[in-house]
Write a protein that binds this ligand. Structure first.
Ligand code: OSB
Ligand code: MG
Length: 369
């Protein structure tokens, strides 16, 4: 196959709620959509999950645009490609910038699946027809508001509740949650808000029977996480620390985690995500698919990836309507009793809604060879 044209769009969408983590809050979500067209007019779609500011990792929408425009798009345009696995090879001389790489790699995967007439899930080797999802709840103004949200999402049927924590919004909050929801599958995500010195506070979470604690320590650490895991009962799950297969291999070898959250953008694309999945499966490390408040395009990629066999824990891929008044795909992603039915149409299986996309586009550029 050959990509003959790429259209890069900068989109701005308002979330239905303010999302707050240990790093700060936001209401407007900006992101990039990349459309890759072949000679027959078929389009593959990818989404950049980089944020407006570099709080989650070092990438931003602007750095992604730059790397895509000046390096990644030129190296893919008009090039003969047999299989999307080649894309990560083509990019191997460009360091990091994983979210930028993943944007175009995902579009090529979608295009490839559409050309073959198979679903993206199928093209990746996934077999599940349904996937289970949980919900990620940001830090709230007070515990009552958090309890109300949990009640609502439990009623909706979400398979597990994840709450964001930080020092001062942790042990007492979990105690309150457990008082009201003694049996709900529960986990916490710290987005790197703690240091190894905080071990006593983290040990105090052991009594709440959490499924895991996600990324308690520094975003570039795997050594202290290994020390921490030896001292707490709650399984450590790594998010920010895992950028590649090699990171995953080292973390598993060191005992830095018992679970890994795979995000396609963070690891540079679907091919690398699948490699990490396979490695974890071999080592009995369960994985789940993380979320980055994606639009429907990125959400569809997450759904396809989650059909792989070792995605045994509910992911953060909640329904479109949880985030957006109107998503950029038709149909929107819906969740029934905590389950998403995986689409079986070719490619990502949801149709990009060009009218909605146009309305939300604040900058657009077309590239062709
Ligand atoms: O750490 O998993 C995270 C959202 C933005 C950035 C990082 C994270 C998150 C979430 C929400 O937890 C996941 C989602 O609902 O998309
Ligand atoms: Mg996380």
């Amino acid at each position: 196959m050959k990509v003959k044209q790429v259209i890069l769009r900068h989109i701005k969408m308002r979330l239905k709620f303010v999302f707050t983590t240990s790093f700060g809050s936001f209401l407007d979500k900006e992101f990039l959509l990349l459309e890759a067209k072949d000679e027959n007019g078929l389009s593959g779609w990818g989404e950049s999950v980089a944020f407006h500011s570099p709080w989650y990792n070092e990438e931003t929408i602007k750095t992604n645009w730059h790397i895509l425009e000046d390096f990644l798009i030129p190296s893919v345009l008009n090039r003969e490609i047999e299989h999307p696995d080649e894309i990560s090879q083509i990019f191997s001389n460009i360091r990091k910038n994983n979210m930028a790489k993943s944007t175009i790699e995902g579009a090529v995967w979608d295009l490839y699946a559409k050309q073959k007439g198979v679903s993206l899930a199928n093209a990746l080797g996934g077999t599940k027809k349904e996937i289970e999802v949980g919900i990620s709840i940001g830090i709230q103004k007070n515990v009552d508001e958090l309890l109300h949200l949990i009640e609502k999402y439990v009623k909706d049927g979400y398979k597990r509740i994840k709450v964001k924590i930080k020092p001062g919004w942790d042990v007492e909050v979990m105690r309150e949650i457990r008082k009201h929801f003694p049996n709900v599958p529960l986990m916490a995500d710290a987005n790197s808000a703690y240091r190894l010195d905080d071990v006593d506070r983290l040990k105090a979470l052991d009594e709440f029977d959490l499924m895991m604690i996600e990324q308690p320590l520094a975003s570039d650490d795997i050594v202290d996480h290994a020390k921490l895991q030896k001292q707490i009962l709650t399984p450590v799950c790594l998010d920010e620390s895992i950028h590649s297969y090699e990171d995953a291999r080292k973390a598993i070898e060191l005992g830095s985690c018992k679970i890994i959250n795979i995000k396609i953008g963070r690891v540079g694309g679907l091919t690398e995500a699948k490699r990490i999945h396979d490695l974890c499966e071999k080592h009995n490390i369960p994985v789940w698919c993380g979320g980055m408040l994606e639009s429907g395009i990125g959400r569809a990629h997450n759904i396809a990836l989650t059909t792989l066999s070792n995605f045994v824990l509910p992911g953060d891929t909640a329904a479109s309507s949880r985030y957006w008044e109107k998503d950029v795909i038709t149909p929107e992603v819906t969740v029934h009793h905590g389950v998403i039915t995986v689409p079986d149409k070719p490619g990502i299986g949801y149709e990009p809604n060009l009218e909605v996309i146009q309305q939300l586009t604040i900058n657009e550029k077309s590239f062709s060879s």
